[in-house]
Design a protein around this ligand. Structure first.
Ligand SMILES: Cc1cc2nc3c(=O)[nH]c(=O)nc-3n(C[C@H](O)[C@H](O)[C@H](O)COP(=O)(O)OP(=O)(O)OC[C@H]3O[C@@H](n4cnc5c(N)ncnc54)[C@H](O)[C@@H]3O)c2cc1C
Length: 402
């Protein structure tokens, strides 16, 4: 009998495993893929921006030193609007911080987490193990496919972390809602001639926001929101054409765009589960909320969900929890997380509406907004702290210790 089974060993599943480990607990992660094979090839990788709240949580989990060595700090954020003078700058030192956030390649982050998980005797990671079925009685029974067999694992609690198209969520009968923003995002890493290592750029264009996140050396991760038609065109362009288009929209703040990596495009969707819990099963990560990438907050929000779970479960010996106690705990988790999730969703939706709308009125608002932000320190601080994931209270993991 396991104490906790985590279905899905992606970024969120692995972080949850590290947070749930406890000398008296046995934790098993079931992952369909083979994580050691995550590719990391220079200009063709995907990356993630970590907020300061995530840094605190990684510190508490004892993995920050591994991650920090491989992450690029963001000490300044430059926000501008194409064709407008309005611009604003956020500086870490104005908030007495070393960095406003960090950028790291997903595959590198997965490797750091894998190393930490492998070091824990009471976490078992079963790879190439695809979830098949779930049955809840006094415990949870999970069936999975492994090497042409279908073994089962029994646990007191299951965390569902198998992504936005979660099969486990469907098997539990939990519905989900999808909002399609009618836009796409094009992702590509680029190499520039005049890098500013610790500066990230967010540039609003009539088509949608264009973010350039520092990856170290001369590399930047470009995340560009476009109409589906323009995104398809960007992916079909050769490197020279795409580099020229990017240069035209972004300008010359980083010198010349000298090399570009493979382009990936995906529709901008938001997927939200109708409930965060069902019996002895709790939803986390993209299985619960997959937000659009414009505000770069999904993973950071998921880490704060995990911090909440840690707080609720830490003192509990799971063996002593009966059905009623588990149900109460699950309801508490849902109640505590829904309001912050709503706030983050509203913040992200607001950004998409404000910065993707092509009506002239919105263009003036954007320019005025950026000018205002620079003039009113309190407003700027609020924007910075929302982006850093620091607006919403704090528990032990958020304060950086277990
Ligand atoms: C372009 C882009 C940029 C982003 N940038 C940011 C950012 O800057 N900051 C931020 O906070 N967030 C960002 N995000 C969001 C972030 O990537 C996600 O929040 C995060 O990856 C979700 O992790 P997850 O583990 O919940 O889901 P996933 O990454 O989807 O992982 C799910 C895991 O479950 C496994 N799995 C699936 N099915 C099964 C099954 N049947 N059985 C067993 N295992 C299974 C999969 O193999 C996978 O390993 C971005 C997203 C995109 C698309």
């Amino acid at each position: 009998m396991q104490d906790i089974v985590i279905i899905g060993g992606g970024l969120v599943g692995l972080c949850a495993a590290l947070a749930m480990r406890h000398p008296q607990r046995q934790v098993t992660v079931i992952e369909a893929g083979n994580l050691e094979q995550a590719p990391s090839d220079g200009l063709n990788s995907r990356s993630i921006a970590l907020s300061t709240s995530s840094v605190q949580i990684f510190r508490a989990l004892g993995v920050w030193s591994r991650i920090e060595a491989k992450a690029a700090p963001i000490r300044h954020i430059h926000v501008s609007s194409r064709g407008r003078w309005g611009s604003t700058r956020l500086n870490a030192r104005d908030y007495h911080l070393d960095a406003l956030g960090y950028v790291i390649e997903n595959s590198v982050l997965i490797r750091c987490l894998l190393e930490a998980v492998t070091d824990c005797d009471n976490i078992e990671l079963r790879q190439n193990a695809g979830f098949e079925s779930i049955r809840q009685e006094a415990t949870v029974n999970i069936g999975y496919r492994y090497d042409e067999q279908t073994p089962t694992v029994e646990a007191r609690l299951a965390l569902i972390a198998d992504g936005a198209q979660s099969r486990a969520r469907a098997a539990l009968g939990i519905g989900h809602q999808i909002v399609d923003y009618g836009q796409s995002v094009v992702i590509s890493n680029v190499e520039v001639s005049r890098p500013k290592h610790d500066t990230a750029y967010e540039r609003f264009t009539p088509e949608g926001p264009l973010a350039m996140l520092p990856l170290g050396d001369r590399r930047y991760a470009c995340v560009w929101t476009l109409s589906p038609q323009k995104a398809a065109l960007a992916c079909a362009q050769d490197d020279v054409e795409f580099g020229a288009a990017l240069q035209d929209y972004f300008g010359f703040r980083l010198g010349l765009v000298e090399r570009v990596g493979k382009r990936f495009s995906m529709p901008i969707l938001r997927t939200r589960a109708d409930a965060l819990q069902c019996g002895r099963c709790l939803l986390i990560g993209n299985a619960a909320n997959a937000l659009h990438p414009v505000a770069g907050q999904s993973f950071n929000l998921s880490l704060r969900d995990i911090a909440c779970l840690y707080e609720l479960l830490n003192e509990e010996s799971l063996a002593e929890l009966n059905d009623a106690a588990i149900a109460a705990l699950a309801k508490q988790y849902e109640a505590q997380r829904v309001s912050e999730q709503n706030q983050v969703i509203r913040y992200g939706d607001g950004l998409v509406t404000l910065f993707s709308n092509q009506l002239p009125l919105f263009d003036h608002l954007r320019a005025a907004g950026l000018g205002l932000l620079d003039l009113v320190p309190a407003l700027k601080a609020q924007a910075a702290f929302s982006g850093m994931g620091m607006t919403f209270g704090g528990n032990r993991l958020l304060r950086g210790h277990l």
